[in-house]
Design a protein around this ligand. Structure first.
Ligand code: GDP
Length: 300
């Protein structure tokens, strides 16, 4: 079993490459849920959906969210009605959110609701929410607290970030399914995801760090030089007092990390790191990066 810790863009790209080497039923993905939220009466779990759509062949791999070829009739109408729905939710994507919301309202936990959706879409990999407790990443900006989605989607990441916080009613604990996916893994791969909004929320779930200490762990940097490949990771790293680079990313994972992979073009040197082409915007790079990581952990 190969187990990933994932957000919704960088790591899923690597998962796509890994599927060329490892069958889906031997892949588990522990997914960040701190960007989840209720919207228009339904439950959005953006990173979970990206993984479900990837494994079911439905994913829009240009944007890395939503379903390929989806339509936006309901969203356009809700916008016309001034509903405040600031995330562009596709019609077929919304069907998933409606069903997930309904399952949660009936008392199912997020792990079971996700398993239900995976079974309906014939997903053979294990897609595991990091916890069943609702966790939210909150951005402090100009004395206000806003949900991460509001910062990134509604305001397009343009507001200054004073602080990044996590909000929950009870401290989140990793689910038994997550701990078992880590404990039984040949290796755990932390793909090139945003450390602050995608990976730290997973590491903050009770039991995860201790479990990672007893299995081989590889992390891939989402930074090349002093900038992320995409997204708001630089501003968020700075807001937490870290440099936006590979060295700081490596330090965040130091307690349990066995191998660190950074891009061949990265000008920030990290002692002991392995250099590989990590820029998965060209045909075949995801597959060769996945192969390189497998050789690293297998010592071949
Ligand atoms: P989110 O949930 O959409 O924020 O997605 P993730 O956290 O999974 O991924 C976002 C991170 O992926 C960003 O910090 C990017 O720098 C990184 N990223 C995206 N594509 C690539 C890539 O091809 N190579 C590398 N090394 N990083 C990438």
């Amino acid at each position: 079993m190969i187990t990933f810790l994932s957000g919704g863009t960088g790591t899923p790209k690597l998962v796509r490459g890994m599927r060329r080497h490892v069958p889906d039923h031997e892949i588990s993905v522990v997914v960040n849920t701190a960007e989840d939220l209720w919207m228009s009466g339904n439950f959005l779990s953006p990173d979970i959906d990206t993984l479900i759509y990837l494994f079911s062949g439905l994913l829009n791999t240009t944007s890395w969210w939503g379903q390929e070829g989806d339509t936006f009739t309901t969203h356009d109408e809700l916008t016309r009605l001034d509903s405040g729905e600031y995330v562009a939710i596709g019609d077929r994507d919304r069907a998933i959110h409606i069903l997930r919301g309904e399952l949660l309202r009936r008392g199912m936990n997020l792990t079971r609701a996700t398993a239900h959706l995976c079974a309906s879409l014939k997903v053979r990999a294990q897609v595991l929410p990091m916890t069943n407790t609702q966790v939210e990443t909150i951005i402090m900006t100009g004395g206000r607290e806003i949900h991460f989605q509001e910062y990134w989607v509604r305001h397009r990441g343009t507001l200054p970030v004073d602080e990044v916080k996590r909000r929950w009613e009870t401290p989140p604990a990793a689910t038994p399914e997550v701990l078992s996916a880590i404990n039984s893994a040949e290796a755990v791969i932390i793909g090139p995801s945003n450390p602050i909004t995608s990976i730290l929320p997973i590491l903050e779930c009770g039991g995860v760090v201790e479990a990672l200490e007893s299995v081989p762990v590889v992390a891939v940097s989402p930074f090349i030089g002093d900038a992320p490949v995409s997204g708001p990771a630089a501003a968020l790293m700075r807001a937490r007092g870290f440099a936006p680079d590979s060295a700081a990313t490596r330090d965040l994972y130091a307690r349990f990390l066995d191998f660190f992979v950074q891009d061949t073009r990265d000008t920030v040197g990290v002692p002991g790191a392995t250099r590989m082409d990590t820029l998965m915007n060209r045909e075949g790079v995801d597959e060769s990066l996945a192969a390189g990581i497998l050789s690293l952990v297998r010592g071949t």
